[in-house]
Design a protein around this ligand. Sequence first.
Ligand SMILES: *Cc1c(COP(=O)(O)O)cnc(C)c1O
Length: 368
Amino acid sequence: MKRIKLSAAWFSEQEADAVARVMKTGSVSMGRETQQFESELLSFLGKPDAHVICVHSCTAALLLATQACGIGAGDEVLIPTLTFVATFQAVKACGAVPVPCDVTDDGFIDLSDAAESLTSRTKAIMPVLYAGCDSRIYDVYQFAEANNLRVIEDAAHCFGDENIANRDGIMCFSFDPIKNISCGDGGCILTSDSAIAKKLADMRLLGVIGDTERRYSGQRSWDFDVTEQGWRLHMNDIAAAIGRTQLARFPQIRERRRRSAKMYMKALSAISELQLFPINTETAVPHIFPIIVKDGSRDGLQAFLAEAGIETGVQYKPTHLLSYFDMGYDLPNAVRLYESMLSLPLHPLLSDNDGQYVIDTIFRFFRK
Ligand SMILES: *Cc1c(COP(=O)(O)O)cnc(C)c1O
């Protein structure tokens, strides 16, 4: 029987060669490979005057960005509840309070709900570009400006999106095993703010002032100073080498992801029981492909697809329903989405045949 995975990384011989190349140098900790990756990411992201700081994961990026903005104990951060739990944990790790907000029909933070959650302690808003849908991100920046908040974007779903260069915030990307590019595990922060970038560079290396610069010039720090809380969340050179290879191969990866998403969009828009997310497959590089099953048959469809060897997911259980973050919030739209959504297989190894098989199986379920 066919087995179609929900998500997968696409690694080639080239990634394996890159790992071997770094290993043979005998120095695999953060150094010149990471420096190279950062400068390649900067040009790729189309913001040559900004800064990229590579770290261990997007979770690490979100944590460090929050702390670098001076957000800590007692401060509040507005976050859409429909996200991977990483977003909430990162804020909580800084001692701040993640405040769950409801989402709109396409999974984007609902700014009217966010407005109701504002208090004198609110310091930031952390929008999630869910499934790469970014059409209302500029409203978030306006909302933030009007309310004197920082914007820290959880951009884990939208590496490679062509609109990223058009705005100037603090953006956190993920290079984990299933994201648009993978380092094994990894992530980065993109920011134009030099002071924040400097803080991030130190904070990822236990707060050791100037350690990044010394490593990039092949030196080590023996006489150093630390002035604030730091973490061991830097990227290592093996991960950076994998990332550099993936970045070089990104045009192919992007093409395959877009191609599958376009196939789904075209075919599934004919099924009236389904609602699709407004993913712009010309500018975005879709990381996930969630659909909404409007007629209450989500569980049935999921079981039917599983029978046919097709793995699906539910992204995500709203975070305010998890015990650790449950503060009695009532966020009905997110819960409604959670009960009706299903993520279809989407990754660069999905062939046209597999995509068509997924589509045909969904049509069979709805007897079309
Ligand atoms: C994957 C993901 C993260 C976490 O990324 P890691 O690199 O695994 O830490 C955070 N937020 C969202 C929305 C994600 O999908």
